[in-house]
Ligand binder design. Structure first.
Ligand code: C2E
Ligand code: CA
Ligand code: CA
Ligand code: CA
Length: 277
């Protein structure tokens, strides 16, 4: 056992080194990704659970590198955050998402656009002034923009964070808590932050049909959201059965492969035309 323990340790240190080298390589490539037009946005619909009608789309970042291929966001967003590249990249995401959503509005489709905002972006200067400038640039109605922030941001219960979020919210945009249920937020955090909605993490949706614990957990989250007057969205809905359960439990909005996978911006109009709720 001792022997294998040491081998494991050696394996571990080596993979750590490899990991560090890989991170540096990713960062090097990511530095040029914006200028080389390797980044794009995909859009995934959010629907009303009762009617199936589309209420909006979430913008999801994609990175296609000519030799490395498609690099998943779970791999490069952390690198972007660590290196500070999330500053310019996040600004590009907002700009591009608003441009796309504005074109839907111009075509008579008043749809929401949800954009992921990482904690680091607040530190790197994304504030009400910068966001306000982007909204004006696109003449975009702020009440159709939803910023999704992860639950970990709530852990920073500091007044500065709350004030920053409040002044952003004062522009008239909505704030949603992403990946809800995976962190440690409590009711008191939720009360202190100026939040409009919660997104139940797909981890809880996945086992809804097989795990009664998860049904109870989601039931509790829904009850809590109701009492706090928060809108509730479930992500990762892949099956009809999951949809039925979430509808029965009273979750108002749904998102997932069952309705559509994230799609490039130029496919959105066509998808909307052919979509039958
Ligand atoms: P997220 O915000 O929780 O986004 C939901 C993820 O679930 C997306 O993964 C989406 O493609 C995936 N998904 C949607 N429906 C289903 C489903 O039915 N089943 C399953 N298994 N997955 C589904 P994606 O696009 O790979 O993004 C991963 C994460 O990267 C996002 O998680 C978000 O945290 C981050 N991310 C993506 N784009 C941005 C961005 O522009 N800015 C920031 N800061 N983070 C981003
Ligand atoms: Ca999200
Ligand atoms: Ca999630
Ligand atoms: Ca369980």
């Amino acid at each position: 056992a001792k022997q294998s323990g040491r081998n494991q340790f050696m394996f571990f240190t080596k993979s750590l080194q490899e990991h560090a080298a890989e991170l540096m390589e990713t960062e090097q490539h990511l530095r040029n990704a914006l200028e080389l037009n390797q980044l794009s946005l995909h859009f995934q619909p959010l629907v009303r659970s009762r009617t199936g009608r589309v209420t909006g789309f979430e913008a999801l970042l994609r990175w296609h590198h000519p030799t490395l291929g498609n690099i998943p966001p779970d791999k490069f967003i952390p690198v972007a955050e660590e290196s500070g590249l999330i500053g310019p990249i996040g600004e590009w995401v907002l700009d591009t998402a608003l441009m796309n959503a504005k074109s839907w509005h111009n075509q008579g489709q008043k749809l929401y656009i949800s954009v992921n905002l990482s904690r680091r972006q607040l530190d790197l200067g994304m504030n009400e002034k910068r966001l306000g400038a982007l909204l004006s640039k696109h003449q975009f109605d702020p009440s159709y923009l939803v910023l999704e922030i992860t639950e970990s941001l709530l852990l920073d219960n500091s007044d500065t964070t709350i004030i920053r979020l409040e002044s952003i919210k004062n522009l008239g945009v909505h704030l949603a808590i992403d990946d809800f249920g995976t962190g440690y937020s409590s009711l008191s955090y939720l009360k202190r932050f100026p939040i409009d909605s919660l997104k139940i993490d797909k981890e809880f949706v996945r086992d809804l049909t097989s795990d009664s614990d998860d049904v109870e957990l989601v039931t509790a989250i829904i009850a809590m959201a109701r009492s706090l007057k928060l809108r509730l969205i479930a992500e990762g809905v892949e099956t009809e059965e999951q949809r039925r359960i979430l509808l029965r439990l009273g979750c108002e909005f749904l998102q997932g492969y069952y309705f559509a996978k994230p799609m490039p911006g130029h496919e959105v109009q066509n998808w909307l035309i052919n979509y039958e709720p």
